[in-house]
Ligand binder design. Structure first.
Ligand code: HPA
Ligand code: ZN
Length: 328
């Protein structure tokens, strides 16, 4: 499973930071982060809201463009070691200069240079999806969308929203999504992880997104599932994350296979892998063990991910060759 070539569409850059990397930076900067680690060196938290707090505490040691460049290298090396050849990663200007455009440009330049280095050294391609943070509120999402619109290009290809899904409504963020869409960015939103099937409907209707982050609670409403299937709206499904956080109690209760069988374009990602004690290899192993997925279905979901990726057709054609898939 490790060697199978993979595409990952839903990965939070800071959430992918290896704990040892964050501990190393904390030591360099003399920041005491001992409270956020378990005795075995993993991240420690109680539930989703506490996860968001620990996530932000870990992120507090990432303080300048150079730190983020090192993070990009560490994360891509780990993804590539799990067979990922193309990764779309959520990047948050909130953590990179607080939404100031000129600061963001400096962070972005450092991350893009690191991505070029990783492509050369590890054979993995990165594209960035700029994300606003829902619990920071709609006002804060505007400068983030402007950062996205101003830096759209070959590397920054998408815009999205993460954070506490129970805060506010998708339509509160319509200005940011309109701004990003007008700049030509592709769109995704976290929905249907915590907010139920209705939150998926709202994200589609009010934000006009191209994909949904998670979306798995759509399974509560089969008319919505059929709608996703008919409209070909892909889901960025992160089963290990959902099981770890208790969205579903066990792997065999996870709806990814029911969604796929009903015609939804599902893809597979890790979300925040060290936080959820997972890797792309483990996701594949668990999908094999739980639902009997083998090469044919892995090829199907990889093709879904290739089609749904926010990159240009020349990149997709190159990836298709490496994956032994047809594109278009
Ligand atoms: N879900 C929602 N918001 C997030 C996550 C996540 O897994 N990681 C970082 N922000
Ligand atoms: Zn996520």
């Amino acid at each position: 499973m490790k060697d199978l070539k993979k595409i990952e569409l839903h990965l939070h850059l800071e959430g992918a930071a290896p704990p040892a990397f964050i501990r190393g930076l904390a030591a360099e900067k003399k920041v005491d982060l001992s409270g956020i680690f378990t005795p075995d060196g993993g991240y420690a938290y109680r539930d989703f809201n506490h996860f968001l707090e620990v996530y932000e505490a870990a992120t507090s040691v990432l303080q300048n463009p150079e730190d983020f460049a090192r993070l990009v290298l560490a994360v891509l090396e780990e993804s590539a070691a799990n067979g990922v050849i193309y990764s779309e990663t959520f990047l948050s200007p909130d953590f990179c200069g607080g939404g100031d455009l000129s600061a963001w440009r400096d962070y972005l330049a450092a991350m893009e240079e690191a991505a070029t280095e990783a492509e050369r050294d590890f054979g993995i391609t990165l594209r960035g999806i700029i994300t606003c943070i829902r619990h920071c509120g709609p006002e804060k999402s505007r400068p983030i969308a402007e950062c996205a619109a101003e830096t759209k290009g070959d590397f920054i290809t998408g815009f999205g929203i993460a954070g506490d899904e129970m805060m506010g409504k998708p339509k509160d963020f319509a200005w940011a999504f309109d701004c990003a869409r007008e700049a030509g960015l592709a769109l995704t939103a976290h929905a249907g992880e915590w907010g139920g099937a209705a939150s998926v409907r709202d994200a589609i209707a009010d934000l006009k997104v191209d994909r949904i982050g998670h979306g798995v609670q759509a399974i509560e409403d089969l008319a919505l599932v059929d709608d996703l299937a008919e409209r070909g709206i892909p889901l960025e499904v992160c089963p290990g994350s959902n099981v770890f956080l208790g969205v579903f109690p066990k792997w065999d209760k996870h709806p990814i296979e029911r969604l796929r069988e009903r015609g939804v374009k599902v893809t597979v990602s890790t979300d925040d892998p060290p936080f959820f004690r997972t890797t792309m290899t483990r996701e594949y192993e668990m999908l094999n063990k739980t639902f009997g997925w083998e090469d044919e279905i892995f090829a199907e979901v990889t093709k879904n991910a290739l089609d749904a990726a926010f990159c240009d057709d020349a990149t997709k054609t190159r990836l298709a060759k490496a994956l032994d898939l047809e594109f278009p």
